[in-house]
Design a protein around this ligand. Structure first.
Ligand SMILES: Cc1cc2nc3c(=O)[nH]c(=O)nc-3n(C[C@H](O)[C@H](O)[C@H](O)COP(=O)(O)OP(=O)(O)OC[C@H]3O[C@@H](n4cnc5c(N)ncnc54)[C@H](O)[C@@H]3O)c2cc1C
Length: 554
């Protein structure tokens, strides 16, 4: 195997697959300083026309590993989706919430090949991330709960064995890792194939995707950046997918919208979509993530976004375990946390496909009548237009302490509004919290002493401490305390955190709230250490005390 890449000193985390999930995870781990070996079978990143939209959660993940600016350069920010009924008239406009709660726009068209190249470039920032393209996983053996042995083969046919404490299979829908672990996919594949066409120099300038729910031929148009435009057409039962590789048949489908030359046809392929979930996502030190763990039809635009969620959930856990700060139980929280959300997202994607992309004219007529009537009700209107049907994650089990919170913040992502700092600057909350754990003291009285962080597990978690002032108050820092003070700017923190006044939120590096704690942290240290599987270290030997007789170690 050629070793043009940096050699790794420590046993690396092995990531199989250099698609969006694998490279996002490698970027997150690289950012955290963890040695990684990433193996990708192909010689370069993929050129297939697949995902066309990021959500706010993905952008927040890129923000946490220094890729935010690069990601924003690829997207059309903050678009929506218009659904058109069977008669071609607008049925509903999903525009997203006016104030996106996570600090990023909710729907953002992009081109997956460009995005993959950006992630690949992001990995070059880290000397401790060895990225091997043209390198295929051909063997995997789980030796025990903490060790797996992988066999990699490079383009010259050279073999290399790597022993790893953590292996993550991000190797897509046909995952070899999954196959080696004898894990089945459960679910179904959808019947009709879809033709997916990416075009250039397109005149569509709408800042929304168009889902045409025409039962005679459902189709989707997604205008992208710089004249790019995605078209997706449901093929009919009497149409042969093979006929749609020729420019002539593609031109026929595109004819109502544009003419096309071979140079303007960026990519084109026929897909059959799947709604599948792996029956297990972990076996000892090996985990599945992204399409290897779950596959869904694209109608909710969530397949790639779900893989990025997996990466965000796994990265900090792998980092703590790799550094010896947490035991392997922490990794076991990955599947219980992520699976329910992935299942709900697969179910939504199937529902949207079945209902909005139906080929039954009668069903489509009834659907349109019900949707139009329902939209007169304010609650339904908000539900549809703000996209509230998208499942939100709420971890009830895993690396969280749900019993510490009656109001439902634990296990949910913390919002990311702008906050006011003592120097008058406004910053986004995540940028103040930093990339590790944080403790948010909610409206603690100004006379409160600094939080005591000397007992296990706090020195290991090393949280940043942020005092959050609710109401219209000016923040003042007390440098001696090492704590930062921020104030709510637009009332959103007061609204969300009001019930938690006088308490402390423990926020994980992935910005999910792990626990609501009392100001006296001593009473809950064991529970926090247990939930996060933080390893207790034997206390360091006391430094010698200098006495008149000389040093003593008493
Ligand atoms: C038409 C279409 C539209 C879509 N639209 C959206 C959308 O708008 N939004 C969205 O979120 N998602 C969308 N998706 C889904 C999205 O594209 C996928 O969910 C995403 O690409 C999955 O990423 P991944 O990294 O998990 O897997 P993949 O992208 O499949 O990457 C897996 C990688 O593993 C490599 N690999 C496989 N086996 C091995 C091996 N043995 N050794 C080494 N490497 C290996 C492969 O070469 C590949 O590069 C869409 C999909 C399609 C088809």
């Amino acid at each position: 195997m050629s070793h043009t890449d940096t050699q790794l000193d420590a046993p690396p985390v092995v990531i199989i697959g250099g698609g969006p999930t694998g490279m996002t995870l490698a970027n997150l781990l690289g950012f955290a300083g963890i040695p990684v070996l990433l193996a990708e079978r192909n010689a370069s990143t993929s050129d297939l026309p697949r995902a066309v939209s990021f959500d706010d959660e993905s952008l927040r993940t890129f923000q946490s590993c220094g890729l935010e600016d690069a990601a924003y350069e690829l997207i059309v920010q903050g678009t929506g989706t218009k659904y058109f009924g069977a008669n071609g008239r607008e049925l509903a406009y999903q525009r997203g919430p006016v104030q996106p709660p996570l600090g990023h726009p909710v729907k953002n068209p992009f081109s997956q090949p460009e995005f993959e190249r950006m992630l690949r470039a992001g990995l070059d920032r880290f000397p401790h991330v060895a990225t091997h393209f043209s390198t295929e996983l051909i063997g995997l053996r789980v030796e025990d709960d903490r060790t797996a042995r992988v066999t990699l083969r490079d383009a010259q046919g050279e073999l290399r064995e790597v022993v790893a404490n953590v292996v993550v299979g991000c190797d897509g829908g046909r995952s070899f890792v999954r196959e080696q672990l004898d894990i089945r996919m459960i679910g179904a594949s959808l019947a009709d194939p879809w033709l997916v066409v990416d075009t250039l120099e397109d005149d569509h300038n709408e800042r929304y995707a168009m889902h045409h729910c025409d039962p005679h031929r459902p189709f989707v148009i997604v205008p992208g950046r710089g004249g790019r435009c995605r078209y997706e057409f449901r093929l009919l039962p009497d149409e042969n997918p093979r006929d749609f590789t020729a420019l002539e048949s593609i031109s026929r489908l595109l004819a109502p919208f544009r003419t096309i030359t071979p140079e303007q046809l960026e990519r084109c392929t026929v897909y059959t979509f799947h709604a599948l979930i792996a029956e297990r996502w972990q076996q000892g030190p090996v985990m599945l993530a992204g399409d290897a763990a779950h596959m869904m039809p694209p109608f909710a635009g969530q397949g790639l976004n779900s893989g990025i969620r997996d990466a965000g959930n796994l990265a900090w856990k792998i980092a703590l375990v790799s550094e010896g700060h947490a035991d392997a139980r922490l990794l076991s929280s990955y599947e219980p946390e992520r699976r329910p959300h992935a299942e709900a997202t697969v179910a939504l994607s199937v529902r949207l496909g079945t209902v909005m992309m139906s080929r039954s004219p009668t069903f489509a007529r009834v659907r349109d009548t019900l949707v139009r009537a329902g939209l007169h009700l304010p609650a339904v209107h908000r539900y549809v237009t703000e996209g509230r049907f998208k499942p939100t994650a709420r971890y009830r089990t895993g690396a969280v302490l749900p019993g510490t919170d009656a109001d439902g913040l634990v296990g949910s992502p913390l919002a990311q509004p702008l906050v006011l700092l003592a120097d008058g600057a406004q910053r986004r909350l995540d940028d103040v919290l930093g990339t590790g754990f944080s403790l948010l003291r909610v409206d603690a009285p100004p006379s409160s002493p600094p939080l005591r962080l000397d007992r296990h597990p706090w020195p290991t978690l090393d949280p940043s401490v942020i005092n959050v002032l609710l109401g219209d108050l000016a923040p003042r820092d007390h440098p001696a305390s090492g704590e930062t003070t921020v104030a709510d700017i637009d009332g959103s923190l007061t609204q969300r955190l009001g019930p938690y006044r006088g308490r402390v939120l423990l926020v994980r590096p992935d910005h999910f709230v792990a626990a609501v704690l009392p100001e006296d942290l001593a009473s809950c240290t064991d529970a926090v250490a247990g939930a996060l599987a933080i390893v207790a270290r034997s206390p360091a030997p006391a430094p010698p005390v200098l006495t008149s007789e000389g040093p003593s170690s008493d």
